[in-house]
Design a protein around this ligand. Structure first.
Ligand SMILES: [Cu+2]
Length: 274
């Protein structure tokens, strides 16, 4: 490579990286972030979006340049150059994807861990009376509501989720409430035990940046802490039958007072202040 082309490459790559990183950091196509998991997840998303933008602009730029630069001349009827191999180039295009993929893999693992994905799920089941203590939990974002401590674990609001074709049902053992809509107070760590009655469904709230399978016969756990009051869609994210697209519900995140009003209105057992 001549000094001139090395310099030219450098002059093109630097702005390419700058623009890619700028896009990743400043353009946000995600919905609002309404749980403690969201900021952690968004950190990963921004990095992936930056990497994706750099690759996209790099490839599309190179392709567009080549379309014009190397276009066949009208009088040119011959074959293209027979290029055998180029060892430095091959090393380069093996090394770059290897580094990028290893980095993305390790970083994703770290983010998943910070979201509570690597927490012991057996432990997650122990908090909620005796009902789930012996049960094998098959998967989930564990008891790792971010920054959770021993005390906050005890303050978790426990909700049982049942999924079926084509609805979610939420059962609050404390007030024996069964609701088609999920009501949670803002700032309250929530722990959900989820199970399906028929086929595999998935509980997904884009604003919370969490998604978890709901499986028949194999309970899963999903913990989160909502941070912003509002109504957000709950979407079934696993093709579960002909009306899968209509399998939606709403999570209502409300201030403590409003939540208590809702709870008292729907509770079947007298409230025992704890
Ligand atoms: Cu479903």
């Amino acid at each position: 490579m001549s000094t001139r082309s090395a310099l030219l490459t450098f002059l093109l790559v630097v702005p390419l990286f700058a623009i890619g990183i700028w896009i990743g950091q400043n353009i946000n196509p995600l919905p609002i972030d309404a749980s403690t998991n969201a900021s952690v997840y968004d950190e990963l998303f921004r990095v992936l979006f930056s990497i994706g933008s750099i690759l996209f602009l790099g490839f599309v730029g190179l392709l567009t340049y080549s379309l014009f630069k190397f276009r066949r001349k009208p009088e040119d009827k011959g074959d293209g150059l027979a290029i055998e191999d180029n060892l430095p180039l091959e090393i380069l295009w093996t090394a770059i994807p290897t580094i990028v993929i290893l980095f993305v893999g390790l970083y994703s693992y770290d983010i998943y861990d910070r979201m509570g994905g690597m927490q012991s799920l057996e432990h997650a089941g122990h908090n909620h009376e005796s009902m789930v203590s012996k049960e094998r939990i098959w998967g989930g974002i564990g008891s790792g509501s971010i920054g959770s401590t021993k005390e906050s674990l005890n303050k978790e609001l426990f909700i049982e989720v049942t999924a079926m074709q084509f609805a979610f049902l939420f059962h609050y053992p404390k007030g024996d409430i069964i609701s088609g809509e999920l009501h949670v107070p803002v700032g309250q760590p929530i722990s959900m035990r989820m199970e399906s009655k028929d086929v595999i469904h998935a509980f997904w709230v884009p604003e919370f940046r969490i998604k978890q399978d709901v499986i028949p016969g194999q309970p899963t756990i999903l913990n989160f802490t909502p941070t912003k009051a509002g109504k957000y869609p709950i979407i079934c994210a696993e093709l579960c039958g002909p009306y899968h697209g209509g399998m939606r519900s709403t999570v209502v995140v409300e201030e403590q007072k409003e939540y208590e009003n809702w709870f008292e209105k729907n509770s079947k057992t007298p409230i025992t202040k704890t």
